[in-house]
Design a protein around this ligand. Structure first.
Ligand code: KIV
Length: 275
């Protein structure tokens, strides 16, 4: 009954949660990038990226805003649908933007929009202990969830800026506990942003679900970066964990392929990209 989906490109079956679980079990690195439109989505697919995230970072890299806070649900749906049209193999995750999940009911309503209108296979929300119930509610409705921990850009006005998280023992302990609680609540993937490499390794080892890191060291199950950062389109000061893959590459596709190879071969991230 489902064969028309599988036969579309049988050499390259679409990545599923089962694929990601197998990759974690076999120690194969998961390669992920953000994306915001169909043209780049086609390139990411061609470069064999495993997981594509329509991040609310689009507020900064596409809209030129200072933070992700102004990004709306309609904007996320619009960009997610565009990206979904360009993808075949990669697993598509889309961000629930700021204040789109203040209650479990609103979270469900908005997750459904990202999936039905935006083509997402999983939704991501910036989480802590306060989001456990929401993750549980989404999971109970069979919605795949990625819990984003560590630096949470939607909270920068409260937390005081874009800073490395979990440096102190108490904060590190809290992050480990939150990650375990979110996994128990039903999170299928955990994303760690901007934490010390040793903590990234500890959380990854403590969880059964795949862990994808950005500025979280080399030992997470996968790596993600913002597409415009690796292509050197982003201007101004870049975070320590960013590497420019455009340097020496002939075109965008080659740069993306270099990133894919560097993550799979564990050449990225190197010591200079870690906290
Ligand atoms: O919005 C985004 O692009 C993200 C990545 C930084 C992981 O959440």
């Amino acid at each position: 009954m489902y064969t028309h989906l599988q036969l579309r490109d049988s050499d390259r079956p679409p990545v599923t949660l089962a694929t990601l679980a197998r990759m974690k079990a076999q120690g194969e690195k998961i390669v992920s990038l953000t994306c915001y439109d169909a043209s780049f989505a086609v390139l990411l697919d061609a470069a064999d990226v495993d997981v594509v995230l329509v991040g609310d970072s689009l507020g900064m890299v596409i809209q030129g805003r200072d933070t992700t806070v102004p990004v709306t649900m309609d904007q996320m749906v619009y960009h997610s649908a565009a990206v979904a049209r360009g993808l075949h193999r990669p697993f598509l995750i889309t961000d629930l933007p700021f204040m789109s999940y203040p209650t479990k009911e609103r979270a469900l309503e908005n997750a459904v929009r990202l999936m039905q209108e935006g083509g997402a296979k999983m939704v991501k929300l910036e989480s802590g202990g306060g989001q456990v119930e929401i993750v549980e509610f989404l999971a109970s409705h069979d919605i795949a969830v990625c819990a984003h921990l560590g630096l949470k850009p939607q909270s920068v006005h409260k937390t005081g800026g874009f800073r490395v998280q979990g440096r102190e023992d108490a904060a590190a302990h809290q992050l480990i506990e939150d990650a375990k609680r979110l996994e128990s609540a039903g999170a299928d993937v955990v994303l760690l942003e901007c934490i010390p490499a040793a903590l990234g390794m500890q959380i990854t080892a403590a969880l059964a679900v795949p862990v994808i890191g950005i500025g979280a060291g080399p030992d997470t199950d996968g790596q993600i970066l913002v597409l415009y950062d690796i292509l050197d389109i982003t201007t101004g000061r870049k975070p320590r964990f960013v590497r420019n893959f455009m340097a020496g590459a002939g075109d965008n596709l080659e740069a993306i392929k270099r990133y894919v190879a560097a993550v799979r071969e564990r050449a990225y991230p190197a010591a200079e990209h870690c906290f």
